[in-house]
Design a binder for this molecule. Sequence first.
Ligand SMILES: Cc1cc2nc3c(=O)[nH]c(=O)nc-3n(C[C@H](O)[C@H](O)[C@H](O)COP(=O)(O)O)c2cc1C
Length: 462
Amino acid sequence: MQISVISGSPKGEKSVTFQYVRFLEQAFPDHTFTVVHAGREIRAIEEREEVWRGLLATVEGCEGVLWATPVYVMLVPAQLKRFIELVGERNAAEAFSGKYAACLTTSIRFFDHTAHAYLHGVCDDLGMLYTGFCSAHMEDLRNEAFQEQFILFFSDFLEAIIEQRPVQRVFPPLPAASACRVLKTSPAAVDTRGRRVVILHDAEPGSGQEAMVRHLAACYAGPVQVAHVRDAGMKGGCLGCCRCAFENTCIYDDGFRAFWNEYVVPADILVMAGTVRDRFFSAAWKQFFDRSFSNGHVPAFEGKQIAYLVEGPLGHLPNLREVLTGLATMEGANLAGIVTDESDRIDAVLHTLAERSVRLSERGYIAPATFPAVAGHKIFRDEIWGGMRAIFKADDRYYRQHGLYDFPTRDYPKRIVTRATSLAMSIPAFRRDVVEKMPAYMVRPLEKAIETSTVLAKRRAK
Ligand SMILES: Cc1cc2nc3c(=O)[nH]c(=O)nc-3n(C[C@H](O)[C@H](O)[C@H](O)COP(=O)(O)O)c2cc1C
């Protein structure tokens, strides 16, 4: 069979993901693999008609499509995102429609599920028959048990094609874009009380996004900096070279770092505005997020209030909401709010967002992390300490200085208490007592925290 591989890594054959494709080629010699290096060749694909036509012919002539891509910032690389946008812009969905599809990613399995949900949604939108995915850790191929499973994954894909298995669509089509609403001027503008407000956007002139940005900026009485991400003057997308790892310095000599330092670093309140293109923000925004990888795994938004303005059907895109939320919370910020143009009271909610963002910023509120940020921290901590720190020197320094290597194994008093309790539990009477009084034992330290709280004492004294 003819299998078309759409490769998302900007590194092409020299990428980690491509080694997994090579493994499949050798494991399945009876099938022909033709590779479209969408990630590496995105410029040529965008600019040269014959390259575009050639790759469409490859897809049209195949029996199955394997999307093979690294996970970059919770999704696919900006270059592959752009490729998917081009398929939409150039009405080329027909070449993909009716083809069986499977997805392969490599990553450290941090927000790999959102990349897969995105690709699955894209396959559904293109009318492809999505059969499943394999999310490999970037080092999994070294493990023969993985190799066996990997072969099973791909065999299942091939069998689906041979058997012409029926496939059910999972992600419903998105509603058509709604007309841009006219926004009324809001009541009294919010005093920013010295807080620095920055709005970054990628709005087209006359778009709903532009109207939301303008309206939100007018909700603040103090100065608001508004900038288009295009003004970062990026020469290209992240190349995945990881040369930034040593000192968090990117090899590109362009405007990205200066833009980041001018707008992102000093912002107390950072609003990012985007328009839904397929099932995510634009490739331009994705490029901006990917390029921020040169900050390493240092929480780049620490202490900030983050908000988003979304033009498009976010209510139908829980995966996009998860990524936007994850970007804020993983980076140590508080998510002050997300406003979309789906709201009937958009003027009012924008005003509330302005008010709330200033209030929360002034008070220094950062909501406690939930599962994705807690889990994400542990993945980074273990990966950096467990090997990446040999190269990611800047991360290692930051993790040491900020106590982020917070393995429970270092908590010696707790380890002693745990060991002692564990030994005592082998005494039947003690064990019976603990089991009977379990709820009491669980709340006792919390009751003590309430009794001895200096925070509560200060509030009572007010
Ligand atoms: C810009 C950039 C962003 C990344 N973002 C993620 C991520 O969000 N989650 C993750 O698990 N790994 C992430 N990684 C790690 C890559 O997914 C991993 O190294 C992958 O195997 C690289 O594949 P490639 O060599 O085919 O490009 C990122 C790497 C880069 C360079």
